[in-house]
Ligand binder design. Structure first.
Ligand code: HEM
Length: 479
């Protein structure tokens, strides 16, 4: 199986001058990367007197993101300021002791150990979405991106507050997230110049308006959400309310609670919605992969809804989700600021440098993957040789600041794909060209028009099962 090559932005063959590269990044952080960037291990460039190091090998990623000296645990100032109006100085952007305290409060609320109480809500919302789609006439056209945005927002609402946001609030949150990302500056010159983090930044009016709208909706939802009786914490909000520090005092005051709810909602909604949209797009272009997915779902689930216990059996479904995040990582670029002088393999890293790790490059690196631009979920099946290192595949980041909702996001995606693929196939609207729209996360354009088709289930004996785990033969000798 050779897979197909889904779209990616053009790669200049010559090295771009710095200013041209920075201008490309203002448009999209995925633009302006030359072919060479998909082969190099470690590189740097200087912008306005500041060094930006590109960590693009498993060793350099480990050095930057999993470094016991904690020198690179601080999120880059540009990145922090692009999120603060929406989520405040929360776990996602905070540094130092503040981050540690917030992380200790947030992690237990969304951790893998919570999945038995969270997964039923994921299935319930996916089934509701499926029922809404089933009301559509055959071959109906719809926007997959907004459908997945609504699906993941409903899951976040249900798990955070105990019930979905009211429909008008849900639409407002989705449109505000989109407006926020459209108008937030991509390259903050104050941060590039290394000006102090505490200096106030200017935000465009649509950014402020979008953030205000989301905050008002969250204030109402927090006030509405009932407190569970003692010993029966069931919502994420309840677990956050009950989080205690070592001194037994609540870690989060009302402001802190609001910030962390905004963070979990944003981090969980946007990433999953975009990733699921990419899954359906890729499946629509790869009938062999889709057939194998259907065979697995038929074998493991038949017509019954999935549960958490099935997730371990849905290995091909998981491989599709993982391969989708390899090709289209929801967070394609991450960056940290160096807190002190350091050095990597003899290269001096001055304090204040930016350490950039780009899953976008790493996941398509020519020395790390065979046929890196091809869609081939088989590479993630158990027994395969890819990824070659846990630092080569990092859609959820890695190290102490790894995504706190990784198990939540993966489980949610697998369950949602299984529920929808049980009954439907989706096809790209004829003539529609998918584009890559990279703001804070990577979307398949502004909309993703698809058509809806009921699946005609193949009899078990006629479908190819997924049980034998085979990775593709790799010309580089990886397997
Ligand atoms: C496909 C789904 C998801 C992907 C790909 C994803 C990816 C990421 C990445 C890459 C980071 C680190 C960003 C950086 O270092 O700059 C991150 C952090 C985080 N994510 Fe996720 N995420 C997903 C789903 C979720 C969900 C569902 C939740 C909550 C339920 C969540 C909560 C968080 C939190 C709280 C952090 C901050 C962790 C810290 O800095 O200590 N994420 N995520």
């Amino acid at each position: 199986m050779s897979g197909f090559i889904p779209p990616y932005p053009p790669r200049p063959t010559t090295i771009l001058p710095i200013w041209q590269r920075v201008m490309s990044w203002r448009k999209s952080i995925l633009e302006g990367w030359e072919e060479r960037a998909f082969e190099c291990d470690f590189d740097f460039l200087s912008v306005l007197g500041r060094k930006i190091f590109l960590c693009n090998s498993p060793e350099s990623v480990q050095f930057a993101f999993s470094n016991p000296n904690g020198n690179f645990d601080h999120k880059n100032a540009q990145f922090r300021h692009s999120l603060i109006p929406l989520i405040g100085d929360s776990v996602f952007v905070a540094g130092g002791e503040r981050w540690r305290r917030r992380r200790r409060a947030v992690t237990p609320a969304i951790h893998m150990a919570r999945l038995p109480e969270l997964a039923p809500a994921m299935v319930e919302i996916a089934l509701e979405t499926r029922a809404r789609l089933a009301e559509q006439p055959p071959a109906a056209e719809f926007d997959m991106l907004s459908t997945m945005a609504r699906l993941s927002l409903d899951i976040m609402g249900r798990t955070i507050f105990g019930s979905k946001l009211p429909p008008e609030d849900a639409s407002d949150v989705i449109s505000s997230f989109a407006a926020y990302q459209r108008h937030i500056v991509k390259v903050d010159v104050m941060s590039m110049l290394g000006l102090p983090d505490w200096l106030p930044r200017w935000y465009a009016r649509p950014v402020r308006r979008a953030a205000r709208k989301v905050h008002a909706i969250l204030d109402r939802a927090i006030a509405r959400s009932p407190r569970a009786p003692t010993g029966a914490a069931v919502t994420i909000l309840d677990r956050l309310r009950k989080a205690r520090g070592e001194n037994g005092v609540a870690v989060l005051d009302l402001q802190g609670l609001h910030e962390e709810v905004a963070t979990i909602l944003t981090a969980g909604q946007e990433t999953t919605a975009n990733m699921l949209s990419w899954v359906w797009y890729l499946l629509s272009q790869a009938p062999e992969v889709e057939a194998r997915l259907h065979a697995e779902i038929d074998r493991v689930l038949g017509e019954r809804p999935p549960s958490l216990a099935d997730v371990g059996q849905l290995v091909y479904t998981r491989a599709i989700v993982e391969e989708t995040m390899r090709l289209y990582p929801p967070v394609p670029v991450m960056a940290r600021d160096a807190l002190a002088d350091d050095n990597f393999n003899g290269v001096r890293i001055p304090k204040g440098s930016i350490m950039m790790v780009a899953p976008w490059l790493l996941h398509r690196h020519k020395k790390l993957w065979c046929q890196p631009d091809h869609f081939m979920p088989e590479r993630f099946l158990p027994g395969g040789d890819e990824p070659v290192s846990k630092y080569a595949y990092i859609p959820f980041s890695i190290g102490p600041r790894i995504c706190a909702g990784m198990a939540f996001g993966l489980t949610e995606a697998i369950l949602c794909v299984a529920v929808l693929a049980q009954q439907f196939q989706f096809r790209l609207k004829p003539g529609h060209q998918v584009s890559l729209n990279c703001r804070l996360s990577l979307r398949p354009g502004e909309t993703l028009p698809m058509t809806l088709h009921r699946r005609v289930s193949a009899p078990q004996s006629a479908t190819r099962d997924t049980a034998p785990a085979s990775a593709p033969a790799c010309p580089f000798g990886h397997g």
